[in-house]
Design a protein around this ligand. Structure first.
Ligand SMILES: [Ca+2]
Ligand SMILES: [Ca+2]
Ligand SMILES: [Ca+2]
Ligand SMILES: [Ca+2]
Length: 304
């Protein structure tokens, strides 16, 4: 059975992505193209909702696109975040929530032994530090960030709030820290970029705790070479968007606490907040489809 499509515009909300499809029965080829991901189901009406739910589920959790400039650069050069993109929804950098205050609750202190052997920055222990791309003209490179120290907390704010994706917090491999961040406005999705895609990052928000594990990051499309690493060509950077609604939270938050434990392998990160339109209405669409079916059935009944 082939599902006849209504002539009215039909809004599909698929994951983060909201697209408006105008369905026109006189232009069936266009309709078929637009429903390409759905049409293979040769929809019975009952199957339609299932197809839609499947499609919604195919937007992988945590993924988004990072737009930046310049797109061609060396890994140690500046890189400015211009926008982030969730499907067709583009959120400009100027609309992101940025870190405005940091409280370092705890951060491993560099050991005396490591300090005694401080001929190479990579030998340092400790945990979170401020780091920048090698050629950065601003931002802060500061190896030991101390809890309760105003300069340390200012360094965290400066690096995390700048537009330069090369300004980060670098964490030593076995380092543990806990840092509370406040943002300049509330948001519903925390954006995290991690240099290396090889570390985990813990997040506490609204009484919930979540760990982005290293395998959850997807490639953000740029590399970073910062003062703490000597990798030729830099390391790939990964990204993950944590929707607070996925933690069962409602509403927006302007404070999150980030943490690392010794087995997280030292997250090296940048963060920002975004208010992403709620996916909403897959169920609403199912209801629309249901109402349409009911309408067809009524017509059929009256014609019989
Ligand atoms: Ca460091
Ligand atoms: Ca890393
Ligand atoms: Ca370097
Ligand atoms: Ca690290």
């Amino acid at each position: 059975m082939y599902m006849k499509l209504p002539k009215n515009p039909l809004c599909l909300h698929l994951g983060y992505e909201t697209r408006k499809y105008t369905v026109n029965m006189s232009n069936l080829s266009r309709t078929q193209v637009m429903f390409s991901s759905l049409a293979k189901c040769t929809m019975t009406v009952g199957a339609a909702a299932g197809c839609l739910l499947m499609t919604a589920g195919s937007v992988s959790a945590g993924s988004f696109t990072t737009n930046f400039t310049p797109t061609v650069r060396d890994a140690d050069e500046d890189i400015l975040l211009t926008s982030v993109q969730f499907g067709t929804t583009i959120i400009d950098f100027s609309d992101l929530a940025l870190v405005s205050e940091a409280i370092i609750l705890n951060n491993d202190v560099i050991s005396a032994g490591a300090l005694a052997n401080n001929d190479n920055k990579e030998d340092n222990e400790g945990a979170a530090s401020a780091d920048v791309n090698d050629q950065s003209i601003d931002g802060v490179a500061m190896e030991q960030l101390l809890a309760g120290d105003a300069a340390s907390e200012a360094a965290v704010v400066e690096n995390l709030s700048s537009q330069n994706l090369g300004h980060i917090i670098d964490t030593e491999d076995s380092g543990a820290f806990e840092i509370e961040l406040s943002f300049d406005k509330a948001f519903n999705t925390l954006l995290v970029w991690e240099r290396g895609l090889n570390s985990d990052l813990g997040i506490k928000v609204g009484g919930e705790t979540f760990k982005i594990t290293r395998s959850m990051f997807t490639n953000a499309g740029y590399k970073l070479d910062t003062t703490e690493i000597d990798d030729v060509g830099g390391q790939e950077v990964g990204s993950y968007a944590l929707k607070f609604s996925d933690l069962g939270l409602t509403g927006d938050y302007d404070t999150v606490t980030l943490f690392s434990k010794s087995h997280f392998k030292g997250p090296d990160f940048k963060v920002a907040g975004a208010t992403v339109p709620e996916p909403a209405a897959v169920l609403g669409l199912t209801a629309v489809a249901g109402a349409f079916v009911a309408g067809r059935r009524r017509k059929g009944d009256s014609a019989a």
